[in-house]
Design a protein around this ligand. Structure first.
Ligand code: PLP
Length: 425
């Protein structure tokens, strides 16, 4: 079977542009005619530095990332960032609090520590908007690290939808930690696109905007570089590369520089330990990674190269429109598929609510979720070269992932199959 004979709709790892893979095969063997391949050269070599700089530049161009933001590459995967956001932002919250208390009581360390215990006990909150399986996992990791008492699930979308994900209730129903009097949560976390449940935030939540906006951490693993983003609204944006950007192996973090020294200092490990708060691994420590230009430890430069190739491909393809060009294509492909599913609603049922349908992961049921019929649907799709359509094991059903490397031809081939299947049902 040739690559050109199939269209792959898997949710991640996901397809990559064939041209990038062809070049990748070449650079693995022999990079820039040096006689050795890209997986074999030092991550500290001038070539590696150039690859890193190019990837950063392409991402910054695509998303119009302002100068006061830093781009980091880490091996953490998306899940590692569930932990990293907690470690880093809790350490910043604690140090800010310590400085404020020290400003009041002076050098009396015992008194500072006593007041810090009280402040942590009464005030430390991490807000989570749980709109699907991945934000749920992130909130569970926060609970594992700092304890349930400090985790405020400001939204659990299942509660408004009979115990299942698939909606995002109105913001006035969220219970965010109040921002009043210099307080507020250490972070507000949400997942922009829920890969398993097919739920995507249509826009940045109004409730997180304003002059005293909280530090917003956002998981964009499955819709990274698929639409315009106002980076300034976020403290941290992160995503695993393996869906829209590249291959498995790296995560990308876009971080507001004011969260790094000299603007912000994290609490010392000693203080965190004294307060029974977690001290994160050094490889997840944003200041350390930033100070070392993402080369604190061995970074898989080949993975960065692939990501850079994909991103500079988009820069070249869409010119001045930048990511707006990809957004139009993504929206068009998604619209085509959803319109067909809606047209044949006697056969297909889209799982999430219409207002929050993901453009990236299109989740639907066939004949009300009849197991045999869904199996037959998938088997018929495979015969046509339409692969990777099985829904996540936790929810079942069908999921067509519409990442950037899925072509318009791929979307049209899926639409043709959806029509044929519906007409013959
Ligand atoms: N966040 C989202 C939205 C995801 O879809 C995934 C993986 O599918 C992850 C996080 C976890 O990423 P990783 O497997 O790289 O840890």
């Amino acid at each position: 079977v040739n690559r050109s004979d199939v269209h792959y709709f898997g949710a991640g790892p996901a397809p990559l542009p064939t041209a990038v893979l062809e070049r990748a095969a070449q650079v693995l063997l022999n990079y820039k005619d040096k006689g050795i391949g890209l997986c074999e050269i030092s991550h500290r070599s001038p070539d590696a530095n150039e690859i890193l700089a190019d990837a950063k530049h392409a991402l910054s161009t695509l998303l119009d990332i302002p100068d006061d933001y830093e781009v980091l590459f880490l091996q953490s995967g998306g899940s590692g960032e569930f932990s990293a956001t907690v470690y880093n932002l809790v350490a910043i919250w604690v140090e800010k609090k310590r400085a404020a208390i020290a400003g009041e009581v002076g050098d009396n360390q015992e008194e500072v520590l006593k007041r810090m215990h009280k402040a942590v006990d009464e005030e430390l909150k991490l807000d989570y908007l749980v709109s699907g399986s991945w934000s749920l996992k992130a909130s569970q990791e926060a609970t594992r690290l700092v304890g349930a008492k400090h985790v405020n699930v400001a939204l659990d979308a299942r509660k408004s939808n009979g115990g299942k994900f698939g909606v995002i209730p109105p913001e006035d129903q969220w219970s965010l930690t109040p921002r009043a009097s210099g307080g507020g949560p250490a972070l507000v976390y949400y997942c922009d696109n829920e890969t398993v449940d097919g739920v995507e935030f249509p826009a940045f939540p109004h409730a997180l905007e304003g002059d005293d906006a909280p530090l917003v951490c956002c998981d964009m693993s499955s819709n990274f570089i698929s639409r315009k983003v106002d980076v300034r609204k976020y403290a941290v944006i992160f995503g695993g590369a393996q869906k829209n950007i590249g291959n498995t192996g790296i995560a990308i973090v876009i971080l507001r520089k004011s969260l790094l020294p000299p603007h912000s200092t994290p609490a010392s490990p000693d203080l965190l330990r004294a307060l029974n708060l977690p001290v994160g691994p050094i490889v997840l420590d944003y200041p350390t990674i930033a100070k070392n230009n993402s080369l604190y430890n061995t970074l898989p430069i080949f993975d960065v190269w692939v990501a850079g190739q994909v991103m500079s491909g988009l820069v070249n393809a869409y010119g001045a429109k930048r990511i707006g060009g990809q957004e139009e294509v993504s929206n068009d492909k998604a619209r085509l598929i959803y319109d067909t599913l809606d047209k044949y609603s006697h056969v297909y049922r889209v799982v999430p609510d219409k207002a929050v349908r993901s453009r990236m992961n299109i989740c639907f049921r066939v004949h009300g979720g009849d197991a045999d019929k869904e199996k037959a649907f998938l088997a018929g799709a495979e015969k046509k070269g339409l692969l990777g359509l099985k829904g996540h094991r936790s929810v079942g059903g069908i999921r067509a992932s519409n990442y950037n490397a899925v072509s318009m031809d791929g979307a049209k081939a899926l639409v043709a199959y959806l029509e044929d299947y519906a007409k013959s049902s």
